[in-house]
Write a protein that binds this ligand. Structure first.
Ligand code: ACO
Length: 447
């Protein structure tokens, strides 16, 4: 389980000595016993510090290098139960949101905690729509990239550069200033993403249009050319909107942890989002969607799937089945289920992606194979999403950019929550130092 749902308080007087919310620890080094309070299913690591062998001892710390069992914050945004395959934003099941909402409605929900009413929604959409243009100098900055620059590298750098265009964004404790940057970031991410794509194709940029929805506008900026008009297919617009909903937030994953870590230094939101996007870029995280497509292409045909699975198993972790496995989901990823269903609908419009058969065969074999079953490895959100992106016509290198666009609303929600948290402090882990003790400097000719 990735998230601990806070337990409701017991009725007054219900606690007995036996059922106290505390952990009794005996330090075998000293024979001393300590009582550590338990709240929301956790102990506070700082409570361990009192456990010392003597006055010079720093005190006990916990060691958790990849945060396998450490809650880094309290949050009210996203709930995941990895064993049961449950994902909820602000209490609403992801399946309901994906079926009934637009991405911008969900972004509002994540940021403000409630679904918008009609008036709030219209105002919100208007705000986002009227912030989609980017500064012409930012466009020139994008022009400076090499023709084959990776779109994620361009996105990360351009978003970071935005902090120089909006210096007031440094006032992170001013709610009005924060709100303005939230509008700008959610609105401009698709524009930057589309410009990065156009740049890689050597094509002129297509400016945003205010008469189109968020996803219609994005597809138009991607695929319209000066030579002809472009009308996005409604089925593909809907599919993209659902993919954006599914990718909008995912509690304390690697990218969000980066967002909170950078944000904890009171860094402006553009630099923080750039840092979070850099984490997302990695192939073990959001970059996996690109890797899945490369992998399926490399396998090449259904008949070669068993040999590939064998290689993964014999590689003992060296070679991974990309799009499989998750730190939190140990049964199934509810997002992957929705995406797999949606892939069939998209292919009815675009024609079947031949790589789908390879993906289905990989999934079929892996789900029966002891290696994957024992390790609880199932398809994650990235396994099928790339097939849909490819069917829509998006090049493989741009897949992670399509993840970063909607995740921006999640990052900003988590960032806002962090800044409002009374327990908020700069994120600063401890370490176990295993290096040299003190030693004296040796001049260069004596080494
Ligand atoms: N293929 C083959 N073996 C795998 C895979 C995989 N995709 N994932 C994990 N394993 C194996 C590991 O080798 C390890 O085996 P061992 O116990 O014999 O050493 C065991 O399963 C546990 O793996 P860990 O790496 O400890 O699991 P962790 O929770 O740290 O990693 C991760 C999760 C990074 C997602 C991992 O499953 C992975 O690399 N998957 C492929 C990349 C991917 O799809 N990432 C996208 C995740 S979703 C997202 O971030 C948006």
């Amino acid at each position: 389980m990735g998230t601990v749902e806070a337990k409701k308080p017991e009725a007054p007087g219900a606690a007995t000595a036996e059922s106290r919310d505390a952990l009794t620890l005996t330090d075998q080094r000293t024979g001393k016993t300590y009582e550590i309070p338990i709240a929301d299913g956790t102990i506070r690591a700082i409570d361990l510090r009192q456990i010392k062998t003597g006055p010079d001892d720093f005190g006990l710390m916990s060691y958790d290098p990849a945060f396998l069992n450490t809650a880094s914050c309290k949050s009210r945004i996203t709930f995941i139960d990895g064993e049961k395959g449950i994902l909820r934003y602000r209490g609403y099941p992801i399946e309901q949101l994906a079926e009934k909402c637009t991405y911008l409605e969900v972004a509002y929900l994540l940021l403000y905690g409630e679904l918008p009413n009609r008036k709030q929604y219209d105002e919100w959409v208007q705000r986002i729509t009227y912030h989609t243009m980017i500064h012409e100098s930012l466009k020139k900055l994008m022009d400076a990239f090499n023709y084959d620059a990776h779109p994620m590298g361009m996105l990360i750098s351009t978003v970071a550069a935005m902090s120089t265009f909006y210096p007031e964004a440094h006032q992170v404790h001013d709610v009005d200033v924060r709100t303005k940057q939230i509008h700008r970031l959610i609105a401009k991410m698709p524009t930057i993403a589309a410009f990065a794509y156009k740049h890689s194709m050597g094509m002129p940029y297509v400016y945003p249009r205010n008469d189109l929805s968020y996803c219609e506008n994005f597809l138009t900026m991607l695929f319209k050319t000066p030579a002809e008009d472009y009308k996005p297919n409604p089925a593909l617009v809907k599919a993209l909107d659902v993919l954006f909903i599914l990718h909008a937030d995912h509690e304390q994953n690697c990218g969000t942890n980066a967002m909170r870590g950078i944000g904890s230094a009171h860094t402006d939101p553009y630099s923080s989002v750039a840092g979070a996007a850099a984490a997302l870029y990695g192939p073990l995280h959001g970059g996996a969607n690109e890797e899945v497509l490369k992998m399926l292409t490399e396998i090449g045909s259904v008949s070669k799937v068993p040999a590939f699975i064998k290689e993964v198993k014999e590689g003992k972790g060296e070679k991974r089945l990309m799009g499989f496995g998750h730190r939190v989901y140990k049964n199934f990823d509810p997002r992957a289920k929705i995406i797999k269903r949606m892939a069939e609908q998209v292919f009815e419009v675009t024609g079947r992606n031949p790589l789908l058969d390879i993906a289905l065969e990989l999934e079929r074999i892996a789900l029966q194979d002891d290696y994957f079953v024992k390790r609880k490895l199932y398809p994650n959100v990235d396994f099928y999403s790339g097939l849909i992106y490819q069917a829509i016509g998006i090049p493989t290198a741009a897949f992670t950019v399509l993840f970063a666009i909607p995740r921006t609303s999640g990052w900003l929600s988590q960032w806002g929550e962090l800044l409002e948290d009374p327990e908020e402090k700069i994120a600063r882990p401890r370490q176990i130092y295993l290096g040299y003790g003190e030693r004296n400097f040796v001049p260069i000719d004596k080494r």
